[in-house]
Design a protein around this ligand. Structure first.
Ligand code: GLU
Length: 303
């Protein structure tokens, strides 16, 4: 991979479960501004990993929306649906190193364990009948408490998670054969040479798992910054499930102005009717990570 952009490579990684909505626009704008202000590259990765949850045509619609909002990416879009070989190879390596294992426990078994998987299939000796999930060991067993993952989030500050207590051995390939987000995201962040990840704070809780996986794979983890997610009037994250509306690309300038207001960058009155590209240029000179609220209960100004 050619090294340009001060060694900074950022990315936006939408899941094509529906068209881009206002919440994902805010995330895309934040990661774009952070990368471009640093003179870095900004990549787009389509996380089409879970076909049952996806909507036909959504990937193309998302890309068209990004372009309509002047969020132009570098290089080719990477599609997770075309990366299955890489995920399989990674799984095989983890299984061969005995860092991962097969498991057939059901959701209700895990609820009965108190919600955190207790690792019982690690010790299983009898053969499995039927499909299995694959879990990653978060500790080496033998009564060791397992690692506490600590990191300094670029926006939220100091964070730590004791994986064994908080999540337990987690799934990296599902029982239905689909690769888990936690595995695919790390394999691809490595492949794309990502150095900085700016994304929504709903993923803060996944970060320790991802850092753990980077380290197991012998790779330095990127820097993470989690911006507060935009919520609707009921305090729910905007998403397809909570009924967030698709962005209207013909109002890109107004959408961009609203996204910048969420990011504490309210455009001046003279830019009221400006297009998305002009607003982004204006914001590039003003973007500051420390200007963001650590907790943002921003109402969707478009709702
Ligand atoms: N595809 C994930 C989502 O849309 C984001 C993954 C990430 O940024 O790490 O929520």
């Amino acid at each position: 991979m050619t090294e340009v952009g001060n060694g900074y490579t950022g990315r936006f990684a939408p899941s094509p479960t529906g068209p881009l909505h206002f919440g994902s626009l805010v995330t895309a704008v934040a990661s774009y501004l952070d990368a471009r202000q640093a003179g870095g590259r900004w990549l787009v990765r389509m996380e089409d990993l879970d076909p049952p949850r996806e909507q036909a045509g959504a990937a193309d619609t998302i890309l068209r929306s990004l372009e309509a909002h002047a969020l132009h990416w570098d290089g080719e879009v990477l599609y997770q649906s075309q990366r299955h070989d890489a995920y399989s190879r990674c799984l095989d390596r983890l299984l061969a190193r005995r860092l991962a294992y097969h498991c057939q426990c059901r959701r209700r078994d895990i609820i009965a364990m108190g919600g955190v998987y207790d690792g019982r299939c690690r010790r299983r000796t009898e053969a499995f009948d039927g499909a299995t999930a694959i879990r990653l060991k978060v500790d080496t067993g033998g009564g060791e408490p397992g690692p506490v993952i600590t990191f300094t989030d670029l926006i939220q500050g100091s964070c730590s998670q004791q994986l064994a207590a908080a999540v337990g051995d987690f799934i990296i390939r599902r029982k239905d054969g689909l690769f888990a987000y936690q595995l695919a995201v790390v394999v691809d962040d490595i492949e794309q040479g990502i150095t900085h990840i700016i994304r929504g704070s709903d993923l803060l809780d996944s970060t320790a798992r991802q850092i753990f996986l980077f380290r197991l794979l012998g790779q330095a983890e990127p820097l993470y910054g989690h911006i507060a997610v935009v919520v609707n009037k009921r305090g729910q994250k905007l998403s397809k499930q909570t009924g967030a509306a698709a962005l209207d690309d013909s109002r890109a300038g107004a959408n961009m102005g609203a996204a910048l207001r969420c990011l504490n960058l309210p455009p001046p009155a003279e830019l009221h009717d400006a297009g998305a590209a002009i607003l982004l240029q204006w914001a590039l000179q003003r973007w500051r990570r420390d200007g963001l609220p650590a907790v943002m209960a921003t109402d969707n100004p478009l709702s």
